[in-house]
Ligand binder design. Structure first.
Ligand SMILES: Cc1cc2nc3c(=O)[nH]c(=O)nc-3n(C[C@H](O)[C@H](O)[C@H](O)COP(=O)(O)OP(=O)(O)OC[C@H]3O[C@@H](n4cnc5c(N)ncnc54)[C@H](O)[C@@H]3O)c2cc1C
Length: 375
């Protein structure tokens, strides 16, 4: 017998047309897209924490579509067409964010992105790679200058111990908390219901939709289900093989005279940093211990924090002390082949997971595919 009151049952916990598990970027964009395409649908997001807690509010806030070395690496793994298909999705996603939320609302900083290189290649090879990718990317970005050899700027951007520099004028920084906040407000304004503090522990098909079991022993009913639990998915759907991957971040105190401005990627994206005013936010180094970082624990580790600190001392060109004032972690979800996953997992359930390290740009577009599958 249900322990709910009649009133709760007929308001918060009524049967939904669509229920979404997970209130991060993927869940929010999916809810918004569903309401855009079918405004009369009842859509509820179930989020287990008081605020979304995984990757979306803990990331670095790069609105990016891939650095030069990342794209060349992806191409070598997945082929040219697939690499370009994913870049096109990311690029479209960034445009969609700007169309839905004002630059002010998400504190968009059109700073451009840089990729410093060390022991990489001769100038001739780098120029030919830039030329090659610019040609491939032109139909997507509309410019033949997605990447520019900016090695001559190396002495002016407050970095040291790098050999070459590639600039991407199309990249931007955003405020990740404001993005999630803005999308939450948008979803609510379209009539999406959000229930926080509800952990889904199990779901099953009933022949007439889906029943969800929750931590509150409440049984919820829905016509369709979208699972957007990212790095935490294996608790609900172990067979999808989504690997959690912890990303750790450190933040410096303000550094007087800081010259480093923009978003930065290094080592195929395993290190990333940006300025927040006169502070530097630096994340990454997961590749120094993949096994330990394959975790859903948000605690972080001194080992990685120390590697990040060393990286700053090695590469930040400043005579000021570098003091770390804050550190945090987030959890990503990775598929074995690095492709985002959007697939039916039962008759009425779809999983939309694993935007890997670039969900800011990808989630708005994957939400469109999910919506088509649901409708
Ligand atoms: C450190 C770090 C830096 C990053 N930097 C960038 C970047 O600069 N640019 C970029 O594009 N991407 C970046 N990413 C990746 C990006 O943040 C993610 O791809 C994106 O946020 C994924 O969104 P999501 O909604 O799928 O997952 P999440 O934001 O993790 O949301 C999943 C939600 O599901 C909830 N949940 C899980 N299980 C249950 C359950 N059983 N019941 C109810 N709720 C549940 C969780 O509480 C969580 O809120 C970064 C990620 C990290 C960790």
């Amino acid at each position: 017998m249900s322990l709910l009151s009649l009133w709760e049952q007929e308001t918060y916990y009524t049967r939904n047309d669509v229920t979404i598990i997970g209130g991060g970027l993927m869940g929010l964009w999916t809810a918004i897209e569903l309401k855009l395409q079918a405004p009369s649908l009842s859509v509820t997001i179930l989020e287990r924490h008081s605020t979304p807690l995984g990757a979306s509010t803990r990331n670095a806030g790069f609105a990016c579509f891939g650095s030069l070395t990342e794209l060349l690496f992806d191409e070598s793994k997945m082929g040219t067409d697939e690499m370009l298909r994913i870049v096109a999705m990311r690029y479209k996603g960034i445009q969609k964010i700007k169309a839905f939320l004002s630059e002010e609302a998400i504190a968009l900083d059109p700073c451009g992105g840089y990729e410093p290189l060390k022991n990489y290649a001769g100038a001739e090879l780098l120029n030919s790679q830039i030329h090659y990718l610019n040609g491939l990317l032109k139909p997507i970005t509309g410019t033949g200058q997605s990447f520019i050899n900016a090695t001559d700027r190396l002495g002016y951007i407050g970095l040291k111990n790098f050999d070459q520099l590639v600039y991407n004028p199309l990249e931007a920084g955003i405020h990740s908390g404001k993005l999630v906040n803005g999308l939450t407000a948008l979803a609510l304004s379209k009539g999406v219901k959000i229930l926080n503090g509800v952990t889904v522990t199990e779901f099953k098909e009933t022949g007439n939709g889906i029943e969800l079991l929750t931590n509150q022993s409440v049984l919820l009913k829905t016509g369709k289900l979208v699972v957007c639990t990212n790095g935490f998915t294996s608790a609900l759907l172990p067979r999808l093989n989504i690997e959690p991957a912890r990303g750790q971040i450190i933040l410096t105190a303000p550094i007087a005279g800081l010259k480093t401005r923009g978003t930065f990627h290094f080592d195929e994206g395993f290190y990333y940093w940006r300025n927040i005013g006169n502070q530097i936010l630096l994340g990454g180094a997961r590749n120094s211990d993949f096994v330990q970082e394959r975790t859903t624990s948000l605690e972080g580790s001194d080992a990685i924090r120390n590697i990040l600190k060393d990286f700053l001392h090695r590469h930040l060109d400043t005579d000021q002390p570098i003091e770390i004032v804050q550190s945090w972690s987030g959890i990503m979800g990775f598929t074995p082949d690095k492709h985002p996953l959007c697939q039916a997992v039962s008759d009425n359930a779809v999983a939309a997971i694993a935007c890997n390290g670039m969900g800011v740009a990808l989630t708005p577009v994957i939400a469109e595919t999910v919506t088509k599958m649901i409708l």
